[in-house]
Write a protein that binds this ligand. Structure first.
Ligand code: HGY
Ligand code: MN
Ligand code: MN
Length: 418
């Protein structure tokens, strides 16, 4: 099919969306970091701007009680379950401008490209922008899609305490999203199929010179909070033998986590401690308490659980030797997702039709598709990103790569919506 994606406009829209951010200097000439945390002004302005684009494309727009946004191109047979696509536009602190946003603006451009060639899909095609895919504010990733899939208890979700001490309920209501979170759960077979476009957030496509990645599996993410309670005191007067320094204990725990991930000997196991809070946090006061958050993932959930077992036994030894108390809270421990072979083949067909090289692959990052996979057949389309970099201001994808991804998505959506 002769599809002509308006790549110049897509690039412009990506650049405009990147402008909705807390401004911060990265210190590197011409480099722009993006931070867009859910329900902040930047997020709300971005949402309002996107809504105008959806309406200009003639899409029917609705928002649910947590702010997931649905923009529907009504098909000739509107009663049929729709085909879905989309991603997120929230961005972690000091991030790039492509993670998630390509799936929303690229999804919109795929719909507009199909509209331009005058096709009328039988099934409606619905573009989704998920609320809070990133765990930045409420500590758990994929908040909006978990609620859509019915895998997160609405009362537990509303009680989640944000980093600014507002609960999700308070924050969403302040942002204008009222209503009962239980209504966010999608009706059974709401989508007949789902495809998400995203940058790879890894180096394989670029390294192998392949234009499109077709995701067959999404790795299983888990995250935990550990609180280490020791004994505080005066940095001058409290002598070393009498100390139970919570930060020294935390440091040993962090290195034990790294050792446990490396210890599986399998490249698919990853573990990260990305946040550490030290109390009281004064240069001349021995740390009495440390809160740290662990993100651990593997393509095999069983191996991930083994890593957790090794981490827990290391913690027990550190606790005893250092005389500290460590408590653990599980935030999430999710199963991996397997893509629908039919949708993988539809994407493969589109790549062949468009003359684009492609390969099947695993997604090591998690995505909202991980949870949509609980309620619909899914697959994902990856495009290369420079040096595989993501969650950094220098995240980058070429306009040609974005154009290729959108062309494949457009053909796939049309095929699925027949
Ligand atoms: O962390 C992730 O995998 C996703 O980018 N939020
Ligand atoms: Mn991300
Ligand atoms: Mn993402």
């Amino acid at each position: 099919m002769n599809l002509s994606v308006n790549a110049a406009r897509l690039q412009q829209e990506m650049d405009t969306l990147a402008g909705f951010t807390q401004v911060e200097q990265t210190g590197r000439e011409g480099e722009r970091a993006v931070t867009r945390v859910v329900f902040t002004n930047d997020d709300m302005q971005a949402r309002a701007w996107l809504r105008v684009l959806y309406e200009e494309a003639g899409l029917q727009v609705r928002e649910d009680a947590v702010g997931n946004t649905f923009a529907r191109w009504v098909g000739s047979d509107p009663g049929l379950p729709a085909v879905g696509t989309g991603s997120h536009t929230d961005a972690i602190p000091h991030a790039g401008m492509y993670d998630g946003t390509l799936g929303v603006l690229g999804g919109l451009e795929a719909i507009r490209t199909l509209q331009r060639v005058g096709v009328k899909p039988r099934r409606s095609i619905e573009l989704v922008m998920f609320t809070s895919e990133e765990p930045t504010r409420f500590g758990i990733g994929c908040l909006g899609s978990r609620l859509m899939a019915g895998t997160l208890d609405p009362a537990r979700a509303d009680a989640l305490l944000g980093k600014d001490d507002l609960t999700l309920r308070q924050a969403r209501e302040n942002a204008g999203f009222q209503g009962d979170l239980a209504q966010v759960k999608l009706p059974v077979s709401y989508y007949s199929a789902w495809a998400e476009l995203h940058i790879e957030q890894g180096p394989l496509l670029e390294r192998d010179g392949v234009q499109i990645g077709i995701v067959t599996h999404i790795a299983a993410p888990a995250s935990y909070r550990f609180t280490i309670d020791g004994l505080g005191g005066h940095a001058g007067a409290l002598l070393m033998p009498d100390r139970r320094d919570a930060l020294c204990a935390a440091s040993e725990i962090i290195l034990a986590i790294e050792r446990a991930a490396l210890g599986t000997g399998v490249i698919d196991t990853v573990a990260t401690v990305g946040t550490v809070k030290v109390h009281p946090g004064a240069v001349n006061s021995v740390p009495s308490r440390v809160d740290l958050e662990l993100d651990v993932r593997d393509t095999e959930p069983g191996r991930r659980d083994e890593v957790m077992a090794h981490i827990r036994s290391a913690i027990a030894e550190i606790e005893a030797r250092r005389g500290v108390k460590v408590s653990e809270t599980e935030i999430n421990a999710d199963a991996p997702a397997t893509s629908s072979e039919a949708i993988v083949e539809s994407i493969q067909k589109a790549c062949k039709d468009l003359g684009l090289t492609n390969r099947r692959m695993v997604s090591r990052a998690y995505h909202d598709s991980l949870f949509i996979a609980r309620v619909a057949p899914v697959a994902m389309i990856f495009v290369p990103c420079r040096d595989g970099v993501s969650h950094r201001p220098d995240e980058f994808a070429t306009v040609e790569a974005m154009r290729d991804g959108v062309s494949v998505l457009a053909e796939t959506l049309l095929d699925l919506a027949r």
